[in-house]
Design a protein around this ligand. Structure first.
Ligand code: ADP
Length: 544
């Protein structure tokens, strides 16, 4: 803007200088020309009078000062005398305009420019009484010629004027622009610069307020969005059409182990997981994709959704628990079928023998007993499975109430005393009156399963000690023990260290899973200490 103003001013100043210079020159030129014309006419008239009275015209004509050319022309145009050239060699002058005028009207003048325009010759001719014509001419430098002579002055003057104009234009443009540059745009209406700027400043002020309002709204929205997104347990990543990260929440950063400053980076900087990159690519092409991915040993259901106008939203909920539960259910179904099949096959086998009549009558009783045993096992198994599925169905929260764990332990132990005696195992109970919140039937079942195991997996003359103290139940035996590598697994469904011993003892492989499940429902912790050949100690610690 400053530059534009400067050049405009310069153009105006130059035009003014050139125009005024030109007009001055022309006026000067015109005045000088007129004056010279007049002086030649005056001189010519005086000379004509002198010539009329002169006794010797030749001498009279010779007496003119140099600089004034005198030509005496006869009525027919031939030159009789010329002060500067040989009259005999001069052409006929009858056609010259001033001569013609003099012959016709008595006097006539004119002027002619030289080819270079630097000189002008002024003529004036007067007809004498004898019919001859006396012409005077003077050659003078024209105004232009004079200007040529002092051209350097003009150049100097012009340069000086331009320099002065440039300086003034610079100052003026700066003075004009400076207040605009110094405008306080943070508070546009509080500027006192040019009245013409007021509408613009008011508009700026209104727009500024509008923009501030919108920014505040955006910031609020951004804060809300960040708060919501950062508190999500699921990983969330927003990507633009070029798969660069627009937003990523804390869960996603933790999940990928990525730094917080990955905004604007490509997805690959966040994760190189092939499955994720693939579904994001497909979502970017417009297809919604979903896939279970494993990161750090946990399962996530990666969902990539295309966004209208380009971009992808990637959501990563943790589905490890659901995944594990589903897997367990699948395995459980397979195991249940397998476990049911064994006793049923035996039952079917014996029944077939009996039905075919091939069995000897004396064996029939034994087969009948076997069928009874296997059916009992089947029923026990079905009972346990039903119990487990009931437990799987959910927490019995509403039925929980304070129960005396010591009393429960005592009761269960008494019921199992005959079994202990049958196995030649001594059973001792040492309980206080610990009160725990729970479901009596489940607590009884838990104690039953633990004491039952302690008796079943014991040795001849072994012992079992049941203790309840400070809300913790301990069942300790001097039995066969569990090897280190099996200690965790025995709590899994259908896991048995020694399958045939468990079968003989009427085990289903579900007892400890039920114990674990009941403990979980009560918020209790189960721990196991065991050494093969020495014995096992299982403790269930209830929350205080
Ligand atoms: P089971 O019906 O076979 O007893 P459990 O779930 O109760 O099923 O026990 C799983 C396995 O853990 C048993 O088969 C047994 O091998 C082992 N076990 C459980 N309790 C004891 C114990 N007190 N001493 C030694 N081994 C045990």
């Amino acid at each position: 803007m400053k530059r534009a103003i400067f050049w405009r001013m310069m153009a105006v100043a130059l035009a003014a200088v050139l125009l005024s210079g030109g007009i001055l020159l022309w006026a000067f030129y015109d005045a000088v020309t007129d004056e010279l014309d007049d002086s030649v006419e005056r001189e010519a008239r005086i000379a004509a009078q002198g010539m009329e009275q002169a006794a010797d015209p030749q001498a009279f004509l010779d007496g003119f000062a140099p600089g004034t050319r005198v030509t005496w022309i006869a009525a027919d145009g031939s030159v009789l005398y010329d002060s500067e050239a040989d009259s005999a060699e001069m052409e006929n002058h009858a056609s010259r305009p001033e001569v013609q005028s003099a012959l016709r009207l008595g006097a006539g003048g004119g002027s002619r420019l030289s080819d270079t325009m630097r000189e002008r010759t002024h003529y004036f001719a007067v007809r004498l009484a004898d019919g001859t014509v006396l012409r005077l001419s003077e050659t003078h430098e024209t105004a232009l010629g004079r200007v040529y002579g002092i051209l350097w002055v003009f150049v100097l003057l012009f340069a000086g004027m331009i320099a002065l104009c440039a300086m003034l234009a610079r100052q003026a443009s700066r003075a004009l622009v400076e207040p605009i540059n110094g405008l306080n745009l943070d508070d546009p209406e509080n500027n006192d610069v040019y009245d013409e700027l007021a509408p613009l400043l008011i508009r700026l002020s209104r727009q500024g307020a509008h923009i501030r309002e919108q920014m505040a709204q955006l910031e609020t929205r951004q804060t809300e969005f960040t708060a919501v997104v950062d508190n999500m347990a699921e990983g969330l990543v927003l990507l633009n059409a070029n798969l660069r990260v627009l937003a990523v929440n804390r869960s996603a950063l933790a999940l990928f182990g990525a730094p917080a400053n990955c905004l604007g980076e490509h997805l690959l900087k966040l994760t190189r997981d092939h499955a994720i990159v693939q579904i994001v690519d497909r979502a970017a092409a417009g297809t919604r994709c979903e896939q279970i991915v494993e990161i750090g040993g946990r399962q996530y259901q990666a969902m990539a959704n295309p966004v209208k106008g380009g971009g992808v939203v990637l959501l990563l909920p943790d589905v490890s628990e659901r995944y594990a539960a589903e897997r367990m259910r699948r395995e459980f179904s397979a195991n249940v079928s397998h476990e049911l099949k064994t006793p049923l096959t035996a039952v079917a086998g014996y029944a077939e023998l009996l039905a075919s009549g091939l069995a000897k009558p004396e064996d029939a009783r034994g087969f009948g007993q076997k069928i009874l045993d296997e059916s009992g096992r089947l029923l026990a198994l079905i009972d346990d499975i039903m119990r487990l599925s009931r437990l799987d169905e959910g927490a019995p929260g509403a039925h929980m109430q304070p129960e005396n764990l010591g009393e429960i332990a005592q009761g269960v132990a008494e019921r199992l005393r005959p079994l202990a005696q049958k196995h030649g195992v001594s059973l001792a109970v040492d309980s206080d009156a610990s009160i725990v919140t729970g479901v009596r039937a489940l607590l009884e079942e838990m104690v039953h399963n633990l004491v039952d195991n302690a008796i079943k997996y014991n040795v001849e003359n072994g012992s079992v000690r049941v203790a309840v103290k400070d809300g913790a139940l301990t069942v300790e035996d001097t039995g066969i023990g569990v090897a280190q590598q099996d200690q965790q697994k025995i709590f899994e469904r259908f896991y048995r260290v020694d399958k045939s011993r468990s079968r003989e003892a009427g085990g289903t492989g579900l007892g400890l899973s039920i114990v674990k499940h009941i403990a979980q429902l009560h918020g209790a912790q189960v721990s196991l200490e065991s050494e093969p050949g020495k014995g096992t100690k299982i403790t269930v610690r209830f929350p205080k």
